[in-house]
Design a binder for this molecule. Structure first.
Ligand SMILES: [Zn+2]
Length: 401
């Protein structure tokens, strides 16, 4: 219950003002956001609960919702099309945008998937969420874009046709590269209408991720949002310049990434995790009213590290995704197929395997295992984790988002 109150308090603030200020604070938002980095400890449970009492959460009959030159009446579900104003190959690829406008007022939540065109689990997660929503029972609006990068999707590719990674170009530039123009169009025509954003991804390049939420936990609104999903792993990650969630946060929109599974395949268990966690979040935001609200114990990792192999060869893992490991655990073994030389990959940390390569041929330097680094005090319920922590020094890792 405390977690729900804390989440609602921290989130209702941005819903009522934080993101609405984006029209005139985009330039100022990054500095303001960064200045909050040391204030995480300021939100004690008592403060949170006390403040929450003064928050009057009332829903009213919903208004018409305007998006992409369309007007969506209350209690209606529609399919719209977003079309980048510019297309590299001259082909027009209208991208479906699903919108469910509820019967009562509430936040506008955006779900985006397949910004990397070969990441399929998110497409199915968005489909299940959107088509299960009952407009008559929804408070607020949900915008779902199952396949943002249609160019990549048609070619089973992570990238746009010019090999650029779309998720490095947000919020975009109307006068920049093809990717920058597409990013700009999507950001300003769709994303700026959101109060909250969940961007769905999978591991890349034959790596798979334990279902996890990634977000900049130094920002209280993002941290509170991240804790609404009831998902077992939350990873602190500021994100890098050009990522959609990074740009969204800087525009005043609390945003997280939901990672689940691996690319180029559909994995039922990862999809179910994703759907359940988003339904949990919708419930806690007050947008839907589900009875079965699972509350899972979360592991919050403020540090993570990729463990690389030092020798090339054939990699076989000795651990499974999600497995708890200790320092000196053997994560896997690489065997050179010619010399038969065998080398073990050993964890330098206590923690949990939150991402890993599938068994394959690897070269020296290959990042094989993503470890959420365990610090004893980090295995706490959400409110404690948010309120008790200052930022540590995150270990740099290759971004797969
Ligand atoms: Zn991705």
């Amino acid at each position: 219950m405390l977690r729900i109150i804390a989440g609602l308090l921290l989130l209702w603030t941005p819903y009522c003002g934080f993101s609405h200020a984006l029209d005139n604070t985009i330039q100022n938002a990054p500095a303001d956001v960064n200045s909050n980095a040391g204030d995480i400890g300021a939100h004690s449970e008592a403060d949170v609960i006390h403040s929450s009492l003064s928050v009057d959460v009332v829903t009213l009959p919903q208004q018409t919702f305007a998006l992409l030159s369309s007007e969506i009446p209350p209690a209606h579900a529609v399919r719209l099309a977003w079309q980048p104003q510019q297309s590299l190959d001259g082909l027009h690829l209208p991208t479906p945008v699903l919108v469910v406008n509820g019967a009562r007022t509430g936040p506008v939540l955006c779900l985006t998937a397949a910004i990397h065109g070969d990441e399929l689990n998110g497409i199915e997660i968005v489909r299940r969420i959107m088509h299960d929503l009952d407009p008559d029972q929804l408070s607020g609006t949900v915008i779902g874009v199952p396949i943002v990068n249609l160019q990549g999707f048609h070619r089973t590719s992570r990238y746009l046709t010019d090999r650029r990674d779309l998720n490095r170009y947000f919020p975009g530039n109307p006068y920049g590269s093809s990717a920058a123009r597409i990013a700009h169009s999507f950001f300003y025509e769709v994303i700026r209408h959101c109060h909250f954003l969940v961007d769905l991804h999978t591991g890349s390049a034959y790596r798979t991720n334990l279902p996890q939420i990634r977000g900049n936990l130094n920002i209280p609104e993002v941290a509170a949002f991240a804790h609404l999903f009831g998902i077992p792993v939350i990873l602190h990650s500021e994100g890098t310049e050009g990522m959609l969630r990074h740009a969204a946060v800087h525009a005043g929109i609390p945003a997280v990434t939901l990672e689940a599974g691996k690319s180029q395949t559909l994995q039922e268990s990862a999809i179910r995790y994703g759907v359940r966690s988003i339904r949990t979040m919708l419930n806690k935001l007050g947008m839907v009213d589900d009875d079965n609200d699972p509350v899972l114990l979360e592991s919050v990792f403020y540090q993570s590290a990729w463990i690389r192999v030092d020798h090339g060869g054939i990699l076989f893992s000795h651990v499974q995704l999600g497995e708890k490991i200790t320092k000196n655990s053997i994560l896997g073994v690489v065997t050179d197929p010619i010399t038969n030389m065998r080398s073990e990959i050993v964890s330098p940390y206590d923690g949990q395997v939150i991402g890993m390569a599938v068994d394959q041929v690897v070269m020296p330097g290959f990042a094989g295992f993503h470890i959420g680094v365990q610090h004893a005090e980090e295995q706490r319920p959400a409110v404690h984790a948010v309120s008790a922590h200052k930022q540590t020094n995150p270990i740099q890792m290759p971004a797969s988002e």
